[in-house]
Write a protein that binds this ligand. Structure first.
Ligand SMILES: NC(=[NH2+])NCCC[C@H](N)C(=O)O
Length: 686
């Protein structure tokens, strides 16, 4: 997957995001204007004329964006690319096969319309295939007619979008998943799905569990996170890296990839020379034990100050680092003691958050750094800059410092050696760095340098910097304690626990639950809400950390969603059913999908697969949170209109709708799978 591919992909995602915004606005306008426009579908004349100005403008803009997106998608979607290649050889793909079980509906419909477009317009190789979910119009929508009409116009052929839509409808191949197609508005094709696919797919889930979408190839992926620095405290930035990294790995593992989670510890470099030199003066036992973690950070800060102010100390610090990096046993031992204390401290936090990654710190690459410097030198890629050896990856960015003027290596050098190791020795085909957005230049330059040095072939290795914005306090300023210090993660998690406990007590749960159940619920809520608040925001944006908001039991919060899941689970339980008995029932009873609200819920559930496919492309986990919230909303609507269990006035059960309990079960199973990817523990009681 090339760099160009990724860039296009990113542009497509941005365009898609813009479309979403416009669609939201459109939705708003439609509801606002519903007195004037009595149908949510656009009026059936072919132009948008006659509609209120803003609406007409938005629709035109929407079409343009979708067209742009379609063009971009054609470039980035391998399936469509293959079709294009066939086109070049004179044969365009017009045949269509019923998709295999587990395929997403969206990708199946894309192939279906691709076949229709190629059949109806064999002379338009650039015709975009634009298929999207449409909330109110139908189930999905094909919006290719408008851009095709424009392409025809550009070629001097007369045509209008409704005619194009009709021609596409005449050219679609047979497909059992589609019940009917209708033309709406200026030329949208509304697609109504056949409910039998819901019966089949949801029954399969209850019987055999939630399955991931089918991937073309299982890849070896290195995910670099949370990568904190020895002798320094973990801060909220590392909290974000931990949370986002863990979920990213879980998602890719669920898809069947081989994921190597590696914590690239900052455990090497001049700072350790400074620290050890300082300990020699302040902590004479440094050879046999490390200072306690609380003091370590203080010593670290003091040593930095001395290093900057005191020339004699500076010289000693350099001598220490040379000794350490030439593996002098005394220095090695002191260094190892310090690392162990720090790592133990990190581990406490990661265990609480269920974060797993193997430590492979910068120190691991010392000999590889020496080699990589030699290689770069031989290739003539290093330039002298005032005594430093630098390498330019991109002309428009600052260069990497490969060797400092004192001969030492840097963060840049270690990342060059690391990427080489990951590609050559670990055989990584995809490398993901989960690191704050402040380092985006570093990773751009790293990628460019790795390509330039022949370490990375962008056609064979995909690289992503999964960047994230800063965490803000409720005052919208950088997250700090009241006294202005950086917030320590342990303290933060403790406060979360306390607040979650208070919340449960407010609701009298300390009396309803056993002490054990209470503790489980308290931890699930505390850590779950911290994770969900982080993951539900678009990661590139900064986000405001607010315990009050994240612990609310209404709206898109972990508390609400976890509560929803326990409620769904309790419906079947109170009717005397277990997941096992429902599985048995699923063998003979069809899932109930006749009621409109049942079918609406089912359609949301069926979108699980395409939601994961999308996240695997852009690595934006907030889509999964949005999806989870949508599931729970669709469930509420279903549950409000459809009885699952009917009781008489005395509360005795009169009738159990097994088909509906099966729908509840499928909902719960999909929600659980989402929680598992988000690394949020679920509870049976709360
Ligand atoms: N390969 C990498 N550069 N990984 C990220 C390292 C992050 C660095 N230790 C920090 O805390 O900012």
């Amino acid at each position: 997957m090339s760099y160009e591919y990724q860039k296009l992909q990113h542009r497509a995602e941005v365009a898609e995001h813009e479309i979403k915004l416009i669609e939201d606005k459109l939705h708003y306008l439609r509801t606002e204007l519903s007195k004037n426009i009595d149908d949510v579908e656009l009026p059936s004349h072919t132009s948008v004329a006659g509609l209120p100005d803003e609406l007409a403008q938005l629709i035109t803009e929407n079409i343009k964006l979708k067209m742009r997106l379609g063009v971009l998608k054609r470039f980035i979607c391998p399936v469509l690319q293959a079709a294009e290649d066939e086109g070049k050889s004179g044969k365009r793909k017009v045949e269509f096969q019923e998709p295999v079980a587990g395929s997403s509906i969206l990708s199946a419909l894309q192939k279906y319309f691709e076949a229709a477009i190629n059949r109806a317009y064999p002379d338009l190789p650039d015709a975009p295939v634009v298929v999207a979910v449409s909330g109110k119009f139908g189930d999905y929508q094909c919006n290719s007619a408008m851009p095709i009409a424009q392409l025809l116009k550009a070629k001097g052929e007369k045509s209008n979008p409704r005619e194009v839509a009709q021609k596409l409808m005449d050219a679609v191949p047979p497909f059992s998943w589609v019940q009917k197609l209708d033309i709406a508005g200026p030329g949208f094709i509304n697609i109504t799905l056949n409910r039998s696919i819901g019966h089949k797919a949801l029954n399969e889930i209850v019987l055999n569990g939630v399955k991931p979408p089918v991937v073309d190839r299982k890849l070896t992926i290195v995910c670099d996170f949370p990568s904190p620095n020895i002798a320094k405290d973990l801060h909220v930035g590392h909290l974000r890296a931990s949370i986002i990294g863990e979920s990213t790995c879980r998602l890719l593992e669920f898809l069947g990839h081989n994921v190597l989670r590696i914590s690239h510890l900052g455990d090497w470099g001049t700072q350790f020379g400074m620290l050890i030199a300082h300990l020699q003066d302040k902590f004479p036992d440094y050879e046999t034990k490390s200072p306690p973690i609380g003091d370590l950070q203080m010593f670290y800060k003091e040593s930095k100050k001395r290093f900057d102010e005191d020339e004699v100390f500076k010289k000693r610090a350099y001598e220490s680092v040379v000794k350490l990096q030439s593996y002098d046993p005394v220095y090695q031992k002191a260094w190892k003691l310090i690392c162990d204390v720090s790592k133990k401290e990190f581990q406490k936090v990661f265990e609480r958050l269920d974060v797993k990654a193997e430590d492979v710190g910068e120190s691991f690459y010392q000999s590889r750094m020496e080699q990589v410097v030699k290689d770069l030198e031989e290739k003539g890629l290093l330039e002298d800059d005032d005594g430093r050896k630098v390498m330019f990856g991109r002309a428009d960015r600052i260069p990497f410092t490969i060797v400092k003027s004192d001969g030492g290596f840097t963060y840049d050098t270690s990342d060059m050696a690391t990427i080489q190791y990951r590609i050559n020795e670990l055989k990584a085909e995809w490398i993901i760095y989960v690191v704050d957005a402040g380092q985006s230049t570093h990773f751009e330059v790293l990628e460019a340098c790795a390509v330039k040095a022949g370490i990375m072939d962008p056609e064979k290795v995909r690289l992503d910097h999964v960047q994230f914005g800063v965490v803000l306090g409720e005052d919208k300023k950088k997250f700090k304690t009241r006294s202005g210090e950086t917030v320590k993660l342990v303290a933060l998690l403790d406060e979360g626990l306390k607040r979650a406990g208070d919340k449960l007590k407010e609701r009298g749960r300390d009396e309803a639950l056993t002490a054990e159940e209470f503790k489980i619920a308290q931890e699930a809520i505390a850590y779950g809400c911290i994770k969900y608040a982080d993951l539900s925001h678009n990661r590139v944006h900064e986000y405001v950390f607010s315990f009050d908001k994240m612990l609310e039991d209404k709206g898109n919060t972990a508390v609400y969603l976890l509560y929803m899941l326990t409620r769904i689970r309790s419906i079947a339980r109170l009717a005397g059913h277990t997941p096992e008995s429902l599985k048995e029932a699923a063998k003979s009873t069809p899932i109930s999908l006749d009621h409109e609200k049942e079918w609406n819920l089912a359609k949301v559930l069926l979108r699980f697969t395409e939601t994961l496919e999308k996240i695997a492309r852009d690595l934006y986990l907030h889509h999964l949170c949005e999806y989870l919230y949508e599931v729970s909303t669709a469930f509420s609507e279903f549950y409000d209109s459809c009885y699952c269990v009917e009781k008489d006035a005395a509360g005795t059960i009169k009738k159990i709708h097994i088909g509906r309990l099966l729908l509840c079960e499928a909902t719960a199973m999909i929600m659980e799978q989402c929680f598992s990817i988000l690394s949020i523990r679920t509870v049976s009681k709360m």
